[in-house]
Design a protein around this ligand. Sequence first.
Ligand SMILES: Nc1nc2c(ncn2[C@@H]2O[C@H](COP(=O)(O)OP(=O)(O)OP(=O)(O)O)[C@@H](O)[C@H]2O)c(=O)[nH]1
Length: 409
Amino acid sequence: MMQSVKKGDIRKWAGAGVQDLIVDLVNALSAVKSLAEISCEIADEKTLIRQALAGLLRNQDMERCSFFVADHEGTLTNVTGLSIVDLPDAEHAWATRPMQFRLGEGIIGHAASTRTMQYCENCFEDRRFAKVADQAHMPGSIVCAPVCTLHNVLIGVLNVSHPQAHFFTDWHMRLLDVYANVLGQLITNRRLFQQMEMEIASRTAELERLVNETRRLKDHYANLSMHDQLTGLHNRRYFYDQVELALAQHKRYGQPFCLLVMDIDHFKSINDLYGHGFGDQVLITVADTLKTQVRSADILVRFGGEEFIILFTNTSCENGRVLAERIRGQVKALGWPVEAENVRVSLSIGLYCALPNSADADQQLDIDAIIHRADSALYAAKAKGRDRVEVFDTSPPHNGDCSAKREPS
Ligand SMILES: Nc1nc2c(ncn2[C@@H]2O[C@H](COP(=O)(O)OP(=O)(O)OP(=O)(O)O)[C@@H](O)[C@H]2O)c(=O)[nH]1
């Protein structure tokens, strides 16, 4: 059975060598721990690497370290370097002497191509070490550790150096191996994280685009569903949508309004004689004429076929009648030349006046009842020979009920 090591045992055994070992172990763990503290949410990979190098220098007796990143073409470029003197302001002191190696070139290229750590014990003598022009920066010894993803794809090479030859020990080598592994995972995680962020951003943008498109389509179809395609006027659906407000204002503030139901006379004969396309043109021109007669608060719709409705808000019966007569006159004045002929049409109009003091006022009529009353007046206008305006009589019913039956066309 294995026995656990007690503190007293360590003290008993601890010669200077063991104590050094413990210090080294703590330093090594601190270096690896410093890596664990780096967030993979850092936007810039260089900053992450720089923090990793600083962690290494702070916890180990190394002099300089640098990182060469591998690109897709197999070129290794130093993205950052740090020396022990840079440490107080490691964030800002960027060593930017540009340097590049191909895979297999120099000791750095060799570590990259073999994916194994390389130790150059004496840079002045080792032929693998590509001599630098600047002799002042020539290290005595250097360790180059490849840094890879979990799937052994090369990310770059981590280099640590010391001015002294034969400086690095087995202990250093083991630590650097672990350090390079953890750094590889950290860089991989950061890249994945960035990729995920970009993916999320692009999906969010796509989603926003779809939401906007859906909104636009919704508005488009809502608009379509409220409009008559032939004349461009609003339609029956819009009328019912809007009319409640006018009724509410009438009920609450006693505002009078006039409802006109208008029907083109003998429109069937127009279609029959001149064709449906011609009939359409007539509907369009009549609609355009009606448009000129309404204010923005009024409601004008093509209610169906050749029937139009206008609700004049805040309008007395007298004014409603004047407006109805004007409309009738304007439509009658229209003409459509067909060969030698000038085709004309007329309008029959049924008018309902909603007045605060009328006999209807107490009945709280709904819009269908109001339309029905205006329709009765329209039937009366048709019955009386067409091309005329008839007003629904809101006085209490007696023999003269004007809701005449519509005569067959
Ligand atoms: N060209 C055209 N005709 C339409 C349209 N909508 C309805 N109509 C026609 O309008 C005509 C309406 O005819 P009727 O309801 O018999 O009434 P009328 O001929 O106007 O007779 P009175 O209303 O009694 O004066 C029908 O022939 C419908 O086909 C349309 O969008 N375009």
